[in-house]
Design a protein around this ligand. Structure first.
Ligand code: WTA
Length: 635
C-alpha cells in the first residue's frame, strides 16, 4: 500500500486513522519519500495554537523549484509542464516542457537578481493568465524572494494597498490583458497605483497586447530583452522549511485585506499530496484548473501542486463566454483534458445557456470534475454531473480556504462515494470539529455548527504579514486550541460534511471573497453619502450578490438617484474592482441599529433576501420603526 496514492475506501480510512493517530510519523514518511531535500528536518512538527506558532519540518533545507522542476528533468524533461491556451482560439496554444520551463524560470530569476532582488524581498506580480505569470512565481521561489500575486482584476487602489502593506520593491506586469473581446490596460493601472508606492524601484513589463503604453525612465523595463540576455541556469537559493514562500491577500470581515503568509516545506508537501489524491492524477493526464493564479486555487492547484507531481497543467487566458459559451468544452476536447476543476458560479452561468454548447464537444477524456470556492447547489451539481461528466466522472466538491493553503474536506474520486452539495470527508490529516454557541464541540452525527480544525496540517498559513495579533484574533481566539474557519457546516448521519456558508461578514460573490467593511468605506467616501451597509442576497449565477442600503447626506437628497447609483458603483470599481459592484442599491433614511450603535445586519439580510416573514427580535433596536420603512421600499 502506498500512503501517497489512495485508491480504495478502506485504504482511505486506514491512512486517515494513521494520519491522525500519529501525524508526525505520517507526514514524515510522505515528506521523505516524495520530495527532494537539501537537508533533512530536525523536528517534524511543533505547534501552539495559543501563540499561535506552527512549524513543520523545522531545520530542513530545500528549494521548492527543485521539487517542481529540476528533479523532473532526467525523466520528464520533454514532457509538457504547462499548456497555454490563449484568449483567442485562433492563436495557437503553447506547450512548455519541463526543460523549457526550467530554463525560463532560471532566466527570469537571473533578471530579478540583476535588479537587486534578494532572498526575503517581496515582489508583486500583477499579470494576466499568461505563462510569464507561472514563471514569475517560480522565479521568485528560485531565489528566495516572496511573491505577492495580486489578481489582475483588482483596481489601482487595491493594488497599491497590497504593494505597500508588504513593502514590495518590484512589480511584474504586462502592457495589457485580453479577456474575451476586451483588452485591459494593466500598465495604466500599475502606473496609477505606483503614484502611492514610493518603495517600488523597478517595474518589469511583459509584452502581451502590444498596446502603446507609458514607460517611466529608470523604473520601467520591457522584460523580454532582459530574459534573452540572461543566463539560462540559476542556482537555487537554499531555503529553510519555514521561510515564507508567498503572501496572498484575502478579505476579512473588517479592515484592510489580510496578507496570508505561506511557508515553504509544509505548503509544498500538502499541496502536492492533495493534488495527487483529489484529482487521482496519473502520469500522462492533462489537468486543467480554470481559476486565476491571482487566487489561492491557482497558486496551489495550477502551479505548485501539479508541478511538484510532474503533471501537465493547463493555463487558460480567456473567459468561458468567448468566443461563445462552448469555450470550456472546446478546450477540454482540444487538449483531451482528464481532470477539470472549476467554480460553481461558472457552472451556473454555463447551465443557463443552450445545452448544444456542451453536447457539440467530445468530453470523453474527462475522468474527474472538481468544484471549489463556494457551496455548489444541487441543481448545478446535477447539471455538471449529467452534461459534463455524463455521470461517469465523479465530482470532487473541495472545501478549503486561502488560509488553509490546500484542500481540506473533499471526496477522493473513485474512492469516496459522492453526494450532491456535500464536501464529504476530511482529507488525510485533517481533524474538523463543529462548535456550538457556547464554544463547546458538538460530537456525533446529524449536527450543525461552526467549523473549526483541531490539529495543524502542513500548509496552514503561519501568520498575517506584519500583523500577527490579527492572525491570532481572527483564527485562534474564538475557540480554545482550534483554528476557526469562519464557515458553518453540518455533519450528516454518515459523517459527511456540508459547508453551509460564511458565518461572518465575508460575502462570497461569484466565488470571490468580499469583506463588507472595505466596500462600505468606499461608498461612504462618496460626497453625497452619510452611511451605508452591505449584505449579500441569493443570486442564481453569482451565488450571492451585493445589496447596499445607503443613507444620503442632506446635500445628497436632491441628487438624481440613478446617477448616484452609477457613481457609487464607479467608486467601488475604482477602490476595489468591478467584482465588488452592488447589484441593488436602496436609499434609506436610517439603518436598524442596536443600542450600542451596531448595524443589525441580520435584519438587512432578511429584507435583501425577501424573507421577511420572521425578522426575529427587533425589540433591542434603537430605531425599530426604520425596519418597516426599509421593507416597504425594498427592491
Ligand atoms: C468558501 C478558496 C462551500 C468557504 C479555495 C471558504 C466553499 C471560502 C467551498 C474560502 C466549497 C470554498 N463549498 N464553500 N467547496 N470552497 N468555499 O479563501 O466559505 O477564496 O471559507 O479559498 O470559500 O475562499 P478562498
Amino acid at each position: 500500500m502506498s500512503n501517497y496514492h489512495i485508491k480504495h475506501l478502506e485504504e482511505y480510512f486506514q491512512v486517515y486513522r494513521k494520519s491522525v493517530r500519529n501525524p508526525e510519523a505520517f507526514w514524515e514518511e510522505i515528506a521523505e519519500e516524495h520530495f527532494v531535500w537539501r537537508k533533512r528536518w530536525d523536528n517534524v512538527l511543533s505547534w501552539d495554537f495559543k501563540k499561535p506558532e506552527i512549524k513543520w519540518f523545522e531545520g530542513a533545507k530545500l528549494n521548492i523549484t527543485e521539487n517542481c522542476l529540476d528533479r523532473h528533468l532526467p525523466t520528464r524533461g520533454t514532457k509538457t509542464a504547462i499548456i497555454f491556451e490563449p484568449n483567442n482560439p485562433k492563436e495557437e496554444a503553447v506547450h512548455i516542457t519541463y526543460r523549457q520551463l526550467h530554463e525560463r524560470v532560471c532566466r527570469m530569476a537571473n533578471v530579478f537578481l540583476d535588479h537587486g532582488v534578494k532572498k526575503g524581498d517581496r515582489v508583486c506580480i500583477y499579470l494576466p493568465m499568461i505563462p510569464e505569470l507561472a514563471v514569475a512565481l517560480l522565479a521568485c521561489a528560485r531565489i528566495g524572494a516572496i511573491h505577492s500575486v495580486v489578481f489582475a482584476g483588482f483596481s489601482s487602489n487595491a493594488l497599491s494597498t497590497r504593494i505597500n502593506d508588504s513593502d514590495c520593491k518590484m512589480v511584474i506586469t504586462s502592457d495589457g490583458s485580453f479577456r474575451g473581446t476586451k483588452s485591459i490596460d494593466l500598465k495604466g493601472i500599475v502606473d496609477k497605483a505606483l503614484e502611492e508606492c514610493p518603495g517600488v524601484e523597478n517595474v518589469l513589463v511583459v509584452k502581451r497586447t502590444g498596446s502603446e503604453i507609458y514607460m517611466e525612465a529608470g523604473r520601467d523595463k520591457w522584460l523580454q530583452p532582459l530574459l534573452d540576455e540572461a543566463y539560462a541556469d540559476c542556482v537555487a537559493e537554499i531555503m529553510d522549511a519555514e521561510d515564507p514562500l508567498f503572501i496572498l491577500y484575502t478579505s476579512g470581515s473588517t479592515g484592510t485585506p489580510k496578507g496570508m503568509v505561506h511557508t515553504t516545506a509544509g505548503y509544498m508537501v500538502y499541496t502536492a499530496y492533495t493534488f495527487k489524491n483529489v484529482f487521482q492524477y496519473t502520469e500522462n493526464d492533462v489537468y486543467w484548473c480554470t481559476a486565476d493564479i491571482g487566487w489561492i486555487t491557482g497558486h496551489s492547484y495550477i502551479v505548485y501542486g501539479p508541478l511538484a507531481n510532474g503533471a501537465t497543467t493547463l493555463m487558460f487566458e480567456g473567459v468561458p463566454s468567448y468566443p461563445d459559451y462552448g469555450r470550456f468544452w472546446d478546450v477540454i476536447q482540444k487538449h483531451k483534458v482528464n481532470q477539470f476543476y472549476t467554480a460553481p458560479t461558472a457552472i451556473r452561468a454555463l447551465a443557463k445557456e443552450n445545452l448544444e454548447y456542451v453536447e457539440k464537444y467530445d468530453l470523453s477524456s474527462l475522468k474527474v470534475l472538481g468544484s471549489v470556492g463556494e457551496p455548489i447547489n444541487e441543481e448545478a451539481w446535477h447539471w455538471y454531473n449529467n452534461n459534463v461528466g455524463k455521470k461517469n466522472s465523479p465530482i470532487v466538491d473541495t472545501w478549503w480556504q486561502t488560509e488553509t493553503g490546500g484542500i481540506m474536506i473533499t471526496p477522493i474520486p473513485y474512492v469516496t462515494p459522492t453526494a450532491p452539495t456535500y464536501a464529504t470527508l476530511p482529507f488525510i490529516g485533517i481533524q474538523p470539529a463543529l462548535m456550538d454557541e457556547n464554544a463547546k464541540e458538538i460530537k456525533g452525527n446529524q449536527v450543525e455548527g461552526r467549523l473549526c480544525i483541531k490539529f495543524p496540517w502542513p500548509s496552514i498559513a503561519r501568520t498575517i504579514w506584519g500583523n500577527h495579533d490579527r492572525y491570532r484574533d481572527t483564527y485562534f481566539s474564538a475557540y480554545e486550541n482550534m483554528y476557526f474557519t469562519g464557515d458553518g457546516a453540518l455533519r450528516d448521519a454518515v459523517g459527511y460534511y456540508r459547508i453551509t456558508g460564511r458565518v461572518d461578514d465575508v460575502i462570497i460573490v461569484s466565488g470571490h471573497n468580499l469583506g463588507t467593511a472595505p466596500i462600505e468605506d468606499s461608498i461612504n467616501e462618496h460626497p453625497a453619502v452619510a452611511e451605508s451597509a452591505i449584505v449579500g442576497f441569493p443570486h442564481d449565477v453569482k451565488g450571492n450578490a451585493l445589496y447596499g442600503f445607503v443613507i444620503l447626506k442632506e446635500t445628497g437628497e436632491s441628487r438624481d438617484r440613478e446617477n448616484l447609483k452609477r457613481e457609487i458603483n464607479q467608486q467601488i470599481t475604482e477602490h476595489i474592482g468591478p467584482i465588488a459592484k452592488l447589484d441593488k442599491i436602496q436609499f434609506v433614511s436610517g439603518l436598524p441599529k442596536t443600542r450600542s450603535g451596531k448595524i443589525m445586519r441580520r435584519i438587512l439580510r432578511k429584507i435583501a433576501s425577501n424573507d421577511t416573514s420572521n425578522l426575529g427580535d427587533t425589540s433591542t433596536l434603537l430605531n425599530p420603526e426604520i425596519v418597516q420603512e426599509i421593507m416597504d421600499n425594498s427592491l
